[in-house]
Design a protein around this ligand. Structure first.
Ligand code: AMP
Ligand code: MG
Length: 315
């Protein structure tokens, strides 16, 4: 990929950034918390590339950024409490976890197949301008390589991700510098991550808020019980196929379904969640899905992590 473009935060820069996003590109942009690494939240390939660019070893759920409440309500079910919180704190550094709408149209990589979606309406004028120009939700984790510090300046983004993303919109330094507060509102209010909005401010509106997720929440690594588990058995690193098995391929060779005939990990990640479901339907109850080996490198680590969860014994 060519060098990462540095775009100015003026109407021309915003228009170019929106065009890159519409073409499936990745564009980092400033929010009031940190720089986000944005991609079209409805585009499997763009979202897969976010994981690749960051070098994330796991498909954890991403926050969907929206331009306005109407866009948010197309993604999630808002009750009166959620509307009251949104009215009080949006735009701002607050992410709400709400029930996902069946017709939300998001890539399953954004929600990691959870029945909920994390949504934020940022206050930063450049983030808002970009979201309006793009016209749809942007999946955007922090714009840093996995395990590194979150970026609060365009230079930080370039240092970490240059050559891995199409562009960064330079909006200067971020004001808050810490991540958004994440509030779970899919049940009793729960603080899933402290951040830019103090919990006391939320409690003034909602009353006492439980801290920390529960076992059903994915905010701690490994707590992915709500992930879709195939009904069929899953056999990993299957070099040969046994009679009656459904072959989920990777790379050249005969297969019922192929994550990527060309052996492209981004394509495989983009197809993974859809094809696991298709393979499960083909295999039927009592059947087996034989998954071809996927290299344990780059995005392959996240793919294999998801496949191992699919293959794990279930009680
Ligand atoms: P980041 O990667 O910095 O954007 O952080 C995203 C955070 O949002 C992570 O802590 C995720 O676990 C959390 N998150 C995203 N979607 C959900 C969800 N549906 N339920 C609970 N937490 C979520
Ligand atoms: Mg981060």
């Amino acid at each position: 990929m060519p060098e990462t473009l540095r775009l100015s935060a003026d109407p021309d820069g915003i228009a170019r950034a929106a065009a890159l996003l519409r073409a499936g590109g990745l564009v980092a942009f400033p929010t009031e918390t940190v720089y986000g690494l944005g991609g079209d939240a409805a585009d499997d390939r763009a979202v897969a590339r976010i994981f690749e660019a960051k070098g994330r070893p796991r498909f954890n759920p991403l926050i969907a950024h929206v331009a306005d409440l109407a866009m948010a309500e197309r993604l999630a079910v808002f009750d009166d409490w959620a509307r009251a919180v949104a009215a009080a704190f949006w735009p701002g550094p607050l992410t709400l976890v709400l029930p996902l709408r069946a017709d939300a149209g998001l890539s399953p990589l954004v929600t990691a197949e959870l029945p909920t979606v994390a949504i934020r309406l940022p206050a930063h004028p450049v983030a808002q301008a970009l979201l309006r120009a793009f016209g749809g939700p942007l999946a955007a984790p922090s714009a840093n390589p996995s395990g590194k510090v979150s970026p609060t300046r365009a230079e930080h983004v370039v240092e970490g991700l240059s050559g891995r993303i199409e562009a960064v919109v330079d909006g200067g330094a971020c004001a808050v510098g810490v991540e958004s507060t994440i509030l779970g509102l899919d049940g009793a209010p729960a603080l899933l991550r402290p951040g830019g909005v103090p919990v006391e401010a939320l409690e003034a509106l909602l009353g006492a808020i439980a801290t920390g997720g529960d076992a059903k929440k994915p905010n701690a690594p490994g707590q992915l019980a709500s992930h879709y588990a195939p009904g069929a058995a899953v056999r990993l690193n299957a070099v040969a196929v046994h009679p009656g098995e459904v072959r989920l391929g990777f790379g050249p060779g005969a297969a019922d379904l192929n994550l990527s005939p060309a052996g492209d990990l981004v394509q495989a990640a983009a197809n993974l969640f859809h094809m696991l479901r298709q393979a499960d339907a083909l295999a039927g109850p009592g059947g087996t899905i034989a998954v071809a080996p996927v290299p344990e490198a780059g995005l392959g680590r996240a793919i294999n992590d998801r496949l191992r969860r699919a293959a794990a014994p279930r009680g």
